[in-house]
Design a protein. Structure first.
Length: 253
């Protein structure tokens, strides 16, 4: 639900002018690679899980701000298929954190009209973690506000392979459509979601980390030096203002 700028950005830093934000040019879909929780914790002599816990407030802030400025879709990269390689205690802590946080946030998201959707393989998650995401979907699926897409146990290469396998199955069954880009997109996890207009990555890293590889073909990238737990609505505004300075040609001139 779009809100006035002075409500969304009540106390901006001196070097940032929210009035420069053009509310008629809001990116429809923003995707975020949330990076830097571990380094944030290390700088404070804390364990990595404390960094993940601190990052939850940045998630809340980003969801709230995206909804307030009028973003239609916000996709957050919460846990990749490669993240299972992390130490087991960190993985277990993350799964518990996902379940606890999701259940705690459902009521607030529902009140704001946000619809929660997941992409990725939930079947590999612990039962209580998968159940929390499924409860969020069931509770909010009829909402008509911003769609919050949570990428959990997600890998873009797995997504593309799954799409190929499902198309091959339909082809064998005689029910596959002619293979075009549009037809193939209907086999992806993001079948009903528009491609991202803007991809934000925090902590100064410059890679896409197996995230939405098909979907970001013409997405604008914004890389922030800020570690994810320190990412707030004003850092989000910086990304939006930068996006609005871009001329998107999609291969044309």
């Amino acid at each position: 639900m779009r809100q006035p700028l002075d409500y969304i950005f009540p106390d901006p830093p001196e070097d940032l002018d929210p009035t420069q934000f053009d509310q008629s040019r809001v990116p429809r879909h923003v995707a975020v690679i949330m990076d830097g929780n571990g380094r944030w914790a290390k700088k404070r002599a804390l364990n990595r899980l404390n960094g993940h816990k601190a990052g939850i407030e940045a998630v809340r802030e980003t969801i709230r701000c995206a909804n307030d400025v009028g973003v239609d879709y916000l996709t957050i990269y919460s846990f990749s298929t490669e993240n299972w390689k992390r130490p087991q205690d960190e993985v277990n802590g993350l799964m518990n954190l996902f379940a606890k946080t999701m259940l705690a946030e459902i009521d607030g998201l529902h009140e704001e009209g946000v619809r929660v959707k997941t992409i990725g393989n939930l079947s590999a998650l612990p039962e209580k973690t998968a159940a929390a995401f499924e409860e969020a979907w069931e509770r909010t699926k009829d909402n008509d506000g911003m769609t919050l897409v949570i990428a959990v146990n997600y890998g873009s290469r797995d997504e593309i392979l799954d799409a190929v396998q499902h198309y091959a199955h339909d082809l064998q069954e005689g029910s596959a459509p002619e293979l075009t880009e549009a037809a193939f997109e209907n086999y992806l996890y993001t079948a009903d979601i528009p491609d991202p207009d803007l991809l934000i990555r925090t902590s100064g890293e410059m890679r896409v980390s197996n995230f939405l590889l098909w979907q970001i073909a013409y997405t604008e990238f914004y890389c922030s030096e800020v570690l994810w737990p320190d990412f707030d609505r004003y850092e989000f505004l910086r990304a939006l203002l930068d996006f609005q300075q871009r001329e998107r040609r999609f291969g044309a001139v």
